[in-house]
Design a protein. Sequence first.
Length: 313
Amino acid sequence: MMTASQGLPVHARAPGKVNLYLGVGAVGEDGYHSVASVYQAVSLYEDVRVWPSDTVSLSFSGPIDCSALPTDDRNIAVRAARLVADAAGVSAGVRIEIEKSVPIAGGMGGGSADAAATLVACDALWNAGLTRDQLHELAAELGADVPFALAGGTAIGLGRGDELSPVLTQGRFEWVLVLPRGELSTPAVYRELDAHRLRHAGDLPEVDEHPSVSTELLQALRAGDPSLLAETLANDLQAPAIHLSDALSDVLELGERAGALAGLVSGSGPTVAFLAEDRESAIDLQIALSAAMLRAVRVSAPVHGARVMPLDG
């Protein structure tokens, strides 16, 4: 287990994600929705470095504007550090620096990646020796997407999204992400979904209480076939996200005209993910979207979940 020494930090990295599928059940009495999601971890990362300290502090760097993010106990990374300290019986503080590359409130789980990377970084810093199951339990306390950021790869998430089952996936998939210039509130998108369903209650099929993932999508992943996968991508939150941010429909149309196999809003948005046939097609698609003055990033998937990196990594 790596520990910090001579002033060197422990460096951990965790990926953002795209939702290949997101089925949303009816809202329950507790106000939450049961979901069926297929997550895929992509090569756009959050880098977390931690140092020993007398207090708990947090700062940000990187290309994302983090000026509006809290740096106290309201931040999920700070809460993650405190959970590890409690679990390990550690009374020391920690200085946390997060180099952010995943958009804030972009539907890619950036905050969840921060939390997952902080969990493994603090475990290493304090030589806590927490098992993967123990880290998973802590991750589940922090939010529905945190366990997946810890695990990475491709997985089905049921319940609130944190009941994970790994999915057999062959090969590598090439994605081009159009990163948002604004944000969408996840609770607002869910509220719009509920309102849409209420408005059209007589016209829409009855909502499954517990949605499920299609066998066709799982077969496409097992085959490693992007063309088959493109036919199965779906997101129940896409329509309400577009209703709240109608520019998303223009982005989707532009990407598909530029050669994407398929495009969809990732999670609650507003990041839009385009699936490409191969690396060369992804490069061409990125160039076309960038020429339209969009923030387009090319990534591959699936990738590992949160892990400690070499000190020069």
